[in-house]
Design a protein around this ligand. Structure first.
Ligand SMILES: NC(=O)c1ccc[n+]([C@@H]2O[C@H](COP(=O)([O-])OP(=O)(O)OC[C@H]3O[C@@H](n4cnc5c(N)ncnc54)[C@H](OP(=O)(O)O)[C@@H]3O)[C@@H](O)[C@H]2O)c1
Length: 334
């Protein structure tokens, strides 16, 4: 079987394809034949060396495939079942703890750009009905994060207003999930072409964050007092404007640090005057992922796949992600 590995972390030229013996399942384990993965910003950081990993690690936190062998003591799956991976394979349910989060797929343990792997039977979920492997492979990181930010921590209700920032994978899922739940969506982007595409998806208004540096204030004005939910993707580079954009009593999901946003300034009186809540989000648990799949099955949400690459094109796919041309998800299929 073939796998892609990160050889000496530190650049796209160090992503190599290796061959290994096919694995066999142990007790409580299954073998999955993976068919697709998708790109997240986290994977880009692993691939380019921004997040150092052990030499020989298989990158990519998302995978979708089929069960092809079953170990002893497994009754959850049968051969042929279509499954997808979990970002935190140890986080089954309940609140996050260090132990539940210490294994991160495609970072501290092997990920899923591989033909086969052995996986603990309880570290997989089923894929939504009628989804292709490529579609399912877009869900475990980006969609679950959006789901948790809006539905679990945000307790989104029909009629609420939502601001998504940028048009990457996580943000476009947030748009689709918010619309599915009957919310009104506002958006920012850096591109006029993407703004038109957002409008065609029934977004109420789009602000170009490159042209309008005070986009948070603009969203506040357009919504006559701010939005109920913000999914913040820039941390230090966006949080000030996200706080401007949020309504009194609203919720900000702190999700990313795009645009060099590891650190930043916060105007604290705005936090308490607005009586807002902020939640730090790191993907989610298996139970959250299962509920997200149930919700997708009850709706007609389908991932927006911008571009598909082949197994041996991971570096090209990362270069495309780096260009920022994509709208929604980038996948690899094999
Ligand atoms: N905490 C978690 O659990 C979690 C999970 C998933 C993702 N994330 C984070 O969420 C962010 C997005 O991830 P992704 O995988 O969806 O990335 P992605 O698909 O690579 O999307 C990147 C997009 O973000 C937008 N963007 C870039 N810089 C921006 C800025 N300064 N302000 C606003 N938007 C900006 C751009 O959209 P336009 O082209 O429209 O401008 C860009 O296309 C990343 O920071 C990632 O680490 C966190």
């Amino acid at each position: 079987m073939k796998s892609v590995v990160v050889n000496a972390s530190g650049g796209l030229d160090n992503l190599n394809i290796i061959e290994k013996q096919n694995p066999a399942p142990g007790t409580n384990e299954v073998v999955v034949r993976w068919h697709a993965t998708s790109l997240n910003f986290h994977d880009y950081l692993v691939g380019t060396g921004g997040i150092p990993v052990a030499n020989g690690t298989i990158p990519m936190s998302d995978g979708a495939g089929e069960v092809i062998a079953i170990g002893e003591n497994v009754d959850k799956w049968k051969i042929g079942d279509k499954v997808m991976s979990m970002f935190f394979p140890n986080w089954i349910d309940g609140k996050a703890t260090f132990e539940k989060m210490m294994f991160i797929s495609g970072e501290t343990i092997n990920g899923y750009i591989t033909e086969l792997s052995v996986v603990r039977a309880n570290a997989l979920t089923k894929i939504p009905d009628g989804y292709t492997f490529a579609e399912a492979a877009t869900l475990p990181c980006a969609c679950l994060t959006a789901w948790r930010g809006l539905m679990v921590e945000g307790n989104l209700q029909a009629g609420d207003t939502v601001l998504i920032e940028g048009t990457g994978g996580m943000s476009i899922f947030a748009l689709q999930l918010a619309k599915m739940a009957g919310a009104k969506v506002y958006a920012t982007t850096s591109s006029e072409e993407k703004a038109e595409r957002l409008k065609s998806m029934a977004v109420e208004a789009v602000v170009n964050y490159k042209i309008d540096e005070r986009w948070g204030k603009t969203i506040n004005r357009l919504t006559k007092g701010g939005v109920d939910h913000v999914l913040d993707v820039g941390g230090g580079s966006t949080m000030k404007q996200s706080i401007e954009a949020v309504a009194i009593g609203g919720h900000i999901a702190s999700i990313g640090i795009l645009g060099n946003g590891r650190k930043g300034e916060i105007t604290f009186p705005k936090l308490f005057f607005k009586q807002m809540r902020m939640s730090g989000i790191a993907v989610g648990s298996r139970i959250m992922q299962e509920k997200m799949v149930d919700a997708i099955n009850a709706s007609n949400v389908k991932p927006i796949i911008d571009k598909s690459f082949a197994f041996d094109q991971l570096a090209d796919a990362f270069r495309y992600q780096e260009s920022g041309k994509h709208f929604g998800k980038i996948v690899l299929e094999w």
